[in-house]
Design a protein around this ligand. Structure first.
Ligand code: PLP
Length: 371
């Protein structure tokens, strides 16, 4: 097995996804499985679909195109506002996109007419986190304008919290979305619009008895993959937190002083490196670093302490154990470490083989930018 290696256990992903899908369904909420953290890898996407997600969502049209090429026909949502330079591709491969700019929806309309297709538009509302979203007072007029565009189907409203400013979903902001949604549903004379209340950071609110109101969809990525809610990163009861692991290989194992010697200036990544003097320690280097992952986001095995990282070396204190050169150490990545490992060309991605589809490493290694 080549290292470093990011392993995704599809059985655990299936368990996490189906558990969340049924807990959300019990609250009248459908699940959009978010595929961006694994670059739309078709075997993971199919696992989410088998687990019952209603649709797939991704921020990158390249990932959506990859899933389409692999034969997935499920509803797909582009969950980042489309770039004007990619409008034709968005209309060709995504059924729905999340939008905040009228000009972009007008371009989607033109492209959809050219392609003789219809494209669904979900409008995002700003509720305080100050990332994407139409200000609440502008939603109604934007909906009216969007509804006049040919080949555009207005699908509903959405919001996204806790991604930029850490604003938590709560009864107040979720009630604001519900109130807006019922006004909009009336004004477009529809009795069912999508009301997409947010992402993994909504789960704590939902599971602690939050007032669901008209919210009928959540877009969930991190909680399925890592089994943790996204506000305090606490484990979600009944989910696996170890579905994904990052394994790297030991390239040096020595007993060394814990305190450096010589004049201390800046190191490559810190201004003033400091080390406590613990006497001699079992110091181990594994062959992975900042270029391939986020070392601060790696949870080492029990008894092993992560000391420092440079571009391509991760320095560990292995305590009483001495690890042999050539042996492997597995870490649990957090979301940041997962994102970076997934996009590193130096890290092999592996999946367990219960999925019917053959492992398609090449699909991940050759990113379809020129598709
Ligand atoms: C990434 C993203 C999600 C999924 O977030 P998770 O925290 O992974 O559940 C949902 N909606 C939007 C708009 C996103 O960008």
């Amino acid at each position: 097995m080549s290292t470093p290696r990011l392993h995704i256990d599809l059985d655990k992903i299936f368990h996490n996804a189906s558990t969340l899908v049924s807990r959300l369904r019990a609250n009248g909420i459908s699940t959009t499985g978010v595929t961006k953290a694994f670059l739309g890898a078709p075997q993971v996407a199919r696992t989410l679909l088998r687990a019952g997600v209603a649709s797939l969502g991704d921020s990158h049209i390249e990932n959506i195109e990859l899933m389409r090429r692999s034969g997935i026909t499920a509803e797909m949502i582009l969950i980042r506002s489309p770039m004007l330079s990619q409008i034709d591709r968005v209309v060709a491969s995504a059924d729905i996109s999340l939008n905040t700019e009228f000009d972009v929806v007008a371009a989607l309309s033109a492209a959809a007419q050219n392609a003789n297709k219809s494209h669904g538009v979900l409008l995002m509302v700003e509720l305080g986190d100050l990332r994407e979203g139409i200000m609440p007072e502008d939603v109604e007029s934007t909906v009216q304008a969007v509804c006049r565009l040919p080949n555009i189907k207005f699908m509903g409203l959405g919001t996204n919290l806790a991604c930029r400013s850490g604003v938590s979903p709560d009864n107040r902001n979720m009630a604001e979305l519900t109130a807006l949604a019922s006004r909009i549903a009336q004004s477009v004379s529809s009795n069912r619009i999508i009301v997409s209340g947010g992402n993994s950071s909504n789960l704590e609110w939902l599971f602690s008895g939050g007032e669901v109101g008209h919210i009928n969809n959540l877009r969930i990525g991190e909680a399925i993959l890592l089994g943790r809610e996204a506000l305090n990163r606490e484990p979600i009861e009944g989910l696996f937190t170890d579905a994904i692991s990052l394994t790297a290989e030991v390239i040096e194992s020595k007993t060394k002083p814990s305190k450096p010697w010589g004049e201390i200036a800046q190191s490559a990544f810190t201004n003033h490196p400091t080390s406590a003097d613990l006497g001699n320690i079992n110091q181990t280097i594994v062959a992975i670093g900042r270029q391939d992952t986020d070392p601060e986001g790696l949870r080492p095995p029990a008894g092993i302490q992560l000391l420092d990282a440079s571009s391509d070396h991760l320095v560990l204190n292995t305590g009483v154990k001495k690890l042999a050169v050539g042996s492997n150490v597995s870490f649990q990545p957090n979301y940041s470490a997962l994102l970076r490992s997934m996009t590193s060309p130096h890290i092999t991605k592996s999946f367990n083989k219960h999925d019917a589809t053959p492992i398609a490493r090449t699909e991940l290694e050759v990113l379809p930018n020129a598709a």
